[in-house]
Design a protein around this ligand. Structure first.
Ligand code: DMJ
Length: 658
């Protein structure tokens, strides 16, 4: 730049007029500011930048603001972070992986249309799935306060779908797995329908006859809406998203996704169960998001989560069971179930929100969801528990127990499940949940666990001190639950818990083998000479429930005892023989008779849970590894939150750039 000499003014500073000096200084300071500002635009690796800018300025902001962390006091730092190092081996590796992922072009779902077949199937599958995953290319949270999907993926120990989508090396097991998923294995007894196997058959019929409704009525070939979800629709679609995805049924997954995009209406008027909407819709959308990174699912689940909050507006903060999500007149009003005594709320309902709500806070960066469920826990911790047990009914007004009925089956079940899973999902930092779970287990063992004269271990129900020697099908999830909790209690009790888990699972298997159809009844008894059989007509039905198979799956993963896969296969054969009808799968009214009567309902949890657990049972353990995922009570996988890793990510970024 050339400065022209002004007439009559010497070039020396002394010769300049005051106003000229001022202009010159202004120009100089502008130049300095410009040069310094330009530093921000240099790549991270340029030395000058590192000299001039402090550490904090170069680090991207991570998930979890101060206030959010306050609300998550229970999520303390893990005791041992060594395993996280293994995950990222060289710190730069994570960062590089992340960068290359985010460079992928954003491809919409038409890229996933090819369905794999034959030998190249797995390769194609991975490809088509990864194209779907590229929806994350514009990772909105990568450098902001919002959730970063890419960072989250970097904190998983293993790839969610395993090396080869969980394909087992043993051909017989692989054949069984294929049968649970779709076609190709002609072992079906009803040969006409044999071309299409379980998940694909169930899904195709739902799509054909009940698309957009909540469930399929497979005999009458129409849709069912019911009254559990208020005005919400498409329960089978939301419940199937993750199952379709992990099975690699990508055309079907894309149809489901498109329905969510175009037709899922969350402003529906009607009486919805807070619990059911949470475990199926919130759980289903969360899993779909965490598996695929599709922003659509995140957007929808956050919208829905917000609509659930008014249910907590009670004197104690214990939510009521029913909520209206809909029209401007009634949105957010909530009330208790008419059948629940004295306007009470139900333990298994308000106690089965924790996993999903913690993830809602994670995704929204809003602590309110975690606060709501922590408040429930606080109250439960405070009140007196008869013999250390948690009764099933609690008043949301007074915060007191309403009756002394205790059950690990219906009305109580998933409350216990969510205690141990909250602990596991917090990367084993949520010590309150841990304490509550193991002391509840002690009380259950002292008061409910029984041995029958024939040597079967079971969980009785407790009515104010009197035992009812009955175990519900629902209670059969507890084999798996006790199994996954075995490692983290007192070390000397590890084997004891594994044995108890195996015994309960065995009893539930007995309830299946002792029926004519080899499917288990809704409830079985251990009195008046009965051993794991239903004695009442009203308990003889089977509605495609998953709990027994769920325990097989966990016990297989924990022990690798082949009997669990054999038991799972027995269930597949029984389902095929008795529950498969021309246009889908149906529950049956009496498991003890071979001339079955169908109930004309393909429950959405059949697609979400029963078939998913069967598929996982016949897959390698690296498909949704338990080191990274916990399943919500509707079998929707949610990732373990590795707080320290999410925070360390920023450091990794910086180190990588040096
Ligand atoms: C599912 O919706 C869930 O597993 C719930 O926790 C209990 N009942 C059904 C399946 O039986």
């Amino acid at each position: 730049m050339v400065f022209r000499k002004l007439p009559g003014v010497s070039a020396s500073g002394m010769g300049l007029r005051l106003s000229q000096k001022f202009v010159f200084l202004l120009f100089l300071s502008g130049l300095v500011t410009l040069c310094f500002g330009a530093l921000f635009f240099l790549p991270d690796s340029v030395r000058l930048k590192r000299i001039f800018l402090s550490k904090t300025e170069t680090q991207p902001v991570t998930v979890g603001s101060g206030s959010e962390n306050d609300a998550r006091e229970h999520l303390k730092r893990p005791k041992d972070q060594e395993h996280l190092r293994g995950m990222t081996s060289a710190k730069g590796e994570t960062s590089t992986k992340r960068k290359s992922l985010s460079r992928k072009p954003s491809v919409s779902h038409e890229a996933t249309e090819e369905r794999p077949a034959g030998g190249k199937a797995q390769e194609d599958l991975t490809l088509s799935r990864s194209k779907t995953e590229s929806a994350t290319s514009s990772d909105q949270g990568a450098n902001s306060d919002t959730f970063s999907f890419v960072k989250f993926k970097g904190c998983l120990l293993k790839p969610p779908l395993g090396r080869d989508s969980g394909k087992p090396s043993d051909p017989k097991t692989n054949e069984r797995r294929e049968k649970v998923k779709e076609e190709r294995v002609a072992v079906c007894k009803k040969s006409e329908q044999g071309a299409q196997q379980m998940m694909k058959f169930a899904w195709d019929n739902y799509k054909r006859y009940a698309w957009g409704k909540n469930e399929l009525r497979p005999l009458t070939r129409n849709g069912h809406i019911g009254n559990m979800f208020g005005g919400l629709r498409g329960a089978s679609i939301i419940d199937s998203l993750d199952t379709l995805y992990i099975m690699g049924l990508m055309d079907e997954y894309n149809d489901a996704k498109e329905w969510v995009q175009t037709s899922l209406d969350l402003n529906s008027n009607g009486e919805a169960s807070l619990f059911e909407v949470n475990i199926r819709y919130v759980g289903g959308l969360l899993s779909a998001y965490y598996l695929t990174g599709e922003e659509l699912f995140k957007k929808k689940v956050l919208e829905l989560g917000e609509k659930l909050l008014p249910a907590f507006n009670t004197p104690t903060g214990i939510p009521r069971g029913v909520i209206n999500l809909g029209s401007p007149c009634c949105s957010g009003t909530s009330w208790s179930w008419g059948w629940a005594s004295a306007g009470s709320s139900i333990l298994a309902e308000f106690g089965t929100l924790h996993l999903e709500f913690v993830h809602l806070s994670e995704l929204s960066n809003n602590p309110i969801y975690t606060e709501k469920v922590m408040n429930i826990r606080k109250l439960l911790n405070k009140i007196e528990k008869p013999h250390g047990l948690y009764p099933n009914f609690l008043s949301p007004v007074s915060g007191n127990w309403v009756q002394h009925h205790v059950s690990i089956g219906g009305l109580g079940d998933s409350f216990y499940e969510y205690l141990i899973k909250s602990y596991l999902m917090s990367d084993k930092t949520d010590d309150d949940a841990k304490k509550m779970y193991y002391s509840a287990m002690e009380a259950i063992e002292a008061n409910l666990v029984q041995k029958s004269p024939g040597g079967l271990t079971y969980m009785a129900e407790w009515r104010g001190g009197i035992l009812d020697h009955k175990m519900g099908h629902l209670a059969c999830f507890s084999g798996g639950m006790i199994g996954i909790g075995a490692d983290d209690g007192a070390p000397e009790k590890r084997q004891h818990y594994l044995d108890l888990a195996a015994e309960i699972t065995n009893t539930c298997h007995e309830s299946y083998t002792r029926s004519a159809t080899k499917l288990g009844p809704e409830a079985f008894r251990f009195d008046s000479g009965a051993e794991a059989t239903a004695t009442r007509l009203s308990d003889r039905y089977y509605i495609l429930r998953p709990e027994v198979i769920e325990s097989y799956m966990y016990m297989w993963r924990l022990t690798h005892d082949p009997k669990y896969r054999e038991w799972g296969w027995e269930a597949v054969e029984a389902l095929e023989e008795h529950c498969r009808v021309e246009s889908g799968f149906s529950g049956i009214r009496d498991v003890y008779t071979m001339t079955v009567s169908h109930d004309n309902m393909q429950q959405s949890f059949f697609l979400s849970e029963t078939l998913k657990y069967l598929y996982l049972l016949f897959s390698d353990d690296d498909l949704l590894p338990l080191e990274d995922w916990v399943f919500n009570t509707e079998a929707h996988p949610l990732p373990i939150i590795r707080r320290s890793c999410l925070q360390d990510e920023a450091t990794q970024d910086k180190t990588a750039s040096e």
